[in-house]
Ligand binder design. Structure first.
Ligand code: UD1
Ligand code: CA
Length: 393
């Protein structure tokens, strides 16, 4: 019997991220220029989730600010006493709802939508009370291990910290994706106790409690692509970023961008590129950078929040921030456009030229060794080598 109903999501994002050793909340650490938690939020519209709750704690105001444009509701957890406690904090909101609730960890963000969809579907199709994803890892270190009875039914999850020698050998793990029917969840949650060395309320203890209440716990076991793993430290952050970076590069190459060495090309999530753009090795494109048709970005050049028109050349080792370059322009090698520069079509900004807050008209040239600060340069002007303008007081 299926029990369709409304779907909700709850994302735990209150933890400190101790292993990050950072002032920034863990879920705001970026993958290709974008807070990691946003990759998780991307998955929700496709799942037809009705409302999304975010548990905040450490750096709550920063998290709220980063998610200001998203249709989510925040619940504050203070103090942070564990993943089970985080869900308990949402009890007042949950008690008013019926349907199913997906509970996700804000540091485990690259899971496929299909996996999450299967959790909802299994809950509904099998009329279960709790469904969780499991997978087998060659190296299960760091994860909660899945305990099953002689019939293969899940009976408990044991955290690594609490596991016996034999349990540590178990390779089936809890990657942290849970789906609950809300009524039984709100009934059992208050029984959760901090019965472990860490003194924390473990969400994972719910499996045992549900079984004690003769409630139905199902697992969906999937082969892992490695994406579903948590980001608990900067090594795992770098690994996840590499994965996303590769996807971004593949996507742009499919759209007609040439990369001389895609392994050494760094493009943020928000960047937009047109066809026949050519990127040389070591290029870094960040923020809301846009590069127009047929433009070439030379080796080791770094562009941030900047736009380049069509058929322009940004030559070797140039640094451009917050600026606009027109079409058929040539900038670099070794040019530095610091901020607020507008470079006209067909203009030439040569080597060792630095500009800040300068409008540089079409066809104009500053071919070598020049600093132009707060300047307005008209069209077809030729700036001689060694020229300096500035606005210093
Ligand atoms: C958790 C699971 C473990 C699983 C692993 C998968 C528990 C007890 N353990 O361990 O079985 O294998 O994830 O990645 O659930 N959080 C809060 N409030 C808190 C504590 C944590 O919101 O009081 C949030 C954190 O910000 C984080 C998420 O919950 O986003 C998971 O917490 P974390 O401490 O990373 O759990 P793990 O030790 O990885
Ligand atoms: Ca984690």
């Amino acid at each position: 019997m299926s029990r369709p109903g409304k779907r909700y999501a709850l994302i735990l994002a209150a933890g400190k991220g101790t292993r990050f050793n950072s002032e920034k909340p863990k879920v705001l650490h970026e993958l290709c220029g974008r807070p990691m938690i946003l990759y998780l939020l991307d998955r929700l519209p496709e799942l037809n989730v009705d409302r999304t709750f975010i548990i905040t704690g450490h750096g709550a105001s920063q998290v709220r600010e980063a998610l200001a444009d998203y249709p989510v509701e925040f619940i504050h957890q203070e103090p942070q006493l564990g993943t089970g406690h985080a869900v308990m904090t949402a009890l007042p909101q949950l008690q008013a709802l019926t349907g199913s609730l997906l509970v996700l960890y804000g540091d485990t963000v690259l899971v496929s939508t299909a996996h999450l969809q299967r959790l909802f579907e299994t809950l509904e199709a099998k009329d279960a009370d709790h469904v969780l994803l499991t997978m087998k890892l060659q190296d299960p270190t760091g994860y909660g291990r899945i305990l099953r009875d002689e019939n293969g039914c899940i009976i408990d999850i044991v955290e690594e910290k609490e596991a016996s020698h034999e349990q540590l050998e178990i390779r089936e793990i809890n990657p942290g994706f849970n789906c609950f029917r809300i009524e039984p969840l709100t009934k059992v949650l208050p029984e959760l106790k901090p019965q472990n060395k860490a003194g924390e309320y473990y969400l994972t203890d719910l499996v045992r409690l549900f079984r004690q209440h003769n409630m139905k716990v199902e697992t969906v076991s999937v082969a892992t692509s490695g994406d579903e793993l948590g980001i608990n430290d900067r090594q795992q952050l770098a690994r996840a970023e590499k994965k996303i970076r590769r996807e971004i590069n593949m996507r742009w190459m499919s759209h007609g961008v040439t990369m001389i060495d895609p392994e050494h090309t760094y493009i943020d999530y928000m960047v937009e590129l047109d066809s026949d753009v050519v990127l040389y090795p070591g290029v870094i494109l960040q923020g809301r950078t846009r590069v127009g048709k047929g433009s070439r970005i030379g080796a080791q050049s770094h562009l941030e929040d900047s736009t380049v028109g069509n058929h322009s050349m940004i030559d070797h080792s140039s640094v451009i921030r917050n600026s606009e370059i027109g079409s058929e322009a040539h900038v670099g090698p070794f040019a530095h456009l610091r901020s607020g520069c507008v470079i006209g079509d067909h203009a030439r900004v040569g080597n060792y030229v630095e500009m800040k807050n300068t409008r540089f008209g079409r066809n104009s040239k500053a071919a070598h060794l020049t600093y132009l600060g707060d300047a307005m340069v008209g069209e077809s002007v030729n700036i001689g080598a060694g020229t300096i303008t500035c606005n210093y007081d």
